[in-house]
Structure formats: C-alpha cells, structure tokens
Design a protein around this ligand. Structure first.
Ligand SMILES: NC(=O)c1ccc[n+]([C@@H]2O[C@H](COP(=O)([O-])OP(=O)(O)OC[C@H]3O[C@@H](n4cnc5c(N)ncnc54)[C@H](O)[C@@H]3O)[C@@H](O)[C@H]2O)c1
Length: 257
C-alpha cells in the first residue's frame, strides 16, 4: 500500500457490509483512521475488528443515516475520538424492487430516506469538520440506476438520481469551503444488497439471475466491492485534487452502450 490517506480521518457509512466494508479496509490500509458507521452496530464492530487485526485504526458507530440526531452525534464522536475529519464516504444505501405501478409508498420513502436524505444529513453534519485545515472530500454513492433506467426499480432509480443531482449541487456550493464532492455510479456488484435481486431475476436460481445480468456488461462480468473501493480511494485522496462535481461510472461499460 502507498499511504495515500496517511494522517487522514475518514467516515464511511454502511461500512458493515459489501462495498462500504471493502472501502473501510482499503482506506485503513492506505493510512486513514476510519469511522465505520452502520445501522447494524455488530456489523460495524466486525469491520473494525478486521481493520485492527491488520494494525489499522478504526471506530465503530451504530447509527441510522436517515435520522439527523443519530448522524450529528456520530459525526461529532468520530471527529472527537479520531481527532479530525477529512473524508466522508456516503455509501449507506438500500434498494427496493417495483415499478411505479406497484412500488409501495413505504418503498419510496425508505429509498429516499436512506439514499438521498442520508447523504444530505451526513454531509451537513460533516461540513464544519471537513472545511478545517487543508479541506476535505465527500464521495457519494450513486448507481448506474441514477443515470439510466433499471427495470422495476422506480424508487431506487429516483433516489440515486437525486444523489447524482445533489452531488453536483454540493460540489458548487462547497468548492469555496475547500470541500470536493464527487459521486461513484457503480454497475452491479455482487454484495448482500444485490443477491435477492439477482435471485429474483433468475426466478429463484442465483446462477440464472447472474447470467441474465452479466450479458448487460461489455466487460463480461460483474464488479467486486474492492473495485469500487479503489475508485472511492482515488476520489477521497489528493490524487483527485482537481475533481469536484464529477460523476464517475464504474460499471464495466454498462452505460457506454
Ligand atoms: N451492490 C451493487 O450492485 C450496487 C450498485 C450500485 C450502487 N450500489 C450502492 O452501493 C452502496 C452499498 O451497497 P452494497 O451493495 O455494499 O450494500 P450492502 O447491503 O452489502 O451494504 C449496505 C450497508 O448499509 C447499511 N445501511 C443500510 N441502511 C442504513 C442506514 N439507514 N443507516 C446506516 N447504515 C445503513 C447496511 O446495514 C449495510 O451494512 C449502496 O448505496 C448501494 O445503493 C450498490
């Protein structure tokens, strides 16, 4: 590892699983102290255990990104216990299946509460810390679903579209406060979030669902959590010092077609 986040403190939401966990482990290996936030406190503790086993520094925080009080106390605790805050990776997210004809009001509200409002609340709480010193970086987790339509994912597509628009808005509003804001739009990554969807796509057969999905990817396979974590590392690090307001697709060519 190259120490690209040496001396920095990063908070990653939804870091108890999937992409967030991979990013927490990578950021720690690159020298950051990592605040590992998740709704599932024991999953956050597990990620912290993995980082500490490799000699890294991490702090577990059980919090719901959709609740302002939870978020504000988690961000304040991260900055206090780890000494500062330089990077926020708004990764926590949920999806829900259903077209606009059959999605429930609850599907819509949950998708927006976690994906869109959670990004707003965490960013708002973090700005006073991120703007200190040399400035900071926010990485938002979008999705290809925020750029092109994914069939029968109406609420998720709309919420990720909101994350993409919010990223551009935050980038111009926070540039003068020395905070860069960029988004990643991953294609399908095999994580616990996607497994039920892939299984449903194969009428209960995971391999059939995977086969139906892979054909949409020119690169011929799905992505891995580590591949998205590396994009987040770039955007969070000083290597991306001239990037703000960028929407970076990491999708094996899916949206290039
Ligand atoms: N997996 C994919 O194919 C894919 C593709 C594009 C975008 N994404 C996005 O990447 C992000 C991570 O997805 P993943 O596949 O790693 O999912 P995952 O389900 O493996 O992990 C998501 C984590 O977020 C946590 N979480 C959920 N709601 C929360 C809340 N309200 N507050 C705090 N934590 C909460 C969960 O407990 C879980 O640990 C999400 O924003 C997702 O929409 C995933």
């Amino acid at each position: 590892m190259t120490g690209r986040l040496d001396g920095k403190v990063a908070m990653i939401t939804g870091a108890g699983s999937g992409i967030g966990r991979a990013a927490a482990e990578l950021f720690a290996a690159e020298g950051a102290a990592v605040a590992v936030l998740d709704l599932d406190g024991s999953a956050a503790e597990e990620t912290v255990g993995k980082i500490e086993a490799e000699g890294g520094t991490a702090l577990a925080l059980a919090a719901n990104v959709a609740l302002a009080a939870d978020v504000e106390s988690a961000v304040a605790r991260a900055a206090r216990d780890l000494g500062r805050l330089d990077v926020l990776y708004n990764n926590a997210g949920v999806n829900s299946a259903g077209s606009v004809a059959d999605a429930t009001e609850n599907d819509w509200d949950r998708c927006f509460a976690v994906n869109a409002k959670g990004t707003f609340l965490c960013s708002r709480a973090a700005v006073p810390y991120l703007e200190q010193g040399e400035g900071g970086a926010i990485v938002n987790q979008g999705s290809v679903a925020g750029l092109v339509a994914v069939p029968n994912f109406a609420a998720y597509c709309a919420a990720k579209g909101a994350v993409v628009a919010l990223t551009r808005s935050m980038a111009i509003d926070l540039a003068g406060r020395r905070i860069r804001v960029n988004a990643i739009c991953p294609g399908t990554i095999f994580t616990p979030l996607m497994e039920p969807m892939l299984r449903a796509r194969g009428d209960g057969d995971l391999d059939a669902g995977l086969a139906k999905t892979v054909v949409k990817y020119p690169i011929g396979r799905l992505g891995t959590p580590a591949e998205i974590a590396h994009v987040a590392l770039f955007l969070a690090s000083d290597d991306a010092s001239f990037l703000t307001g960028s929407i970076v697709t990491a999708d094996g060519g899916m949206t290039a077609q």
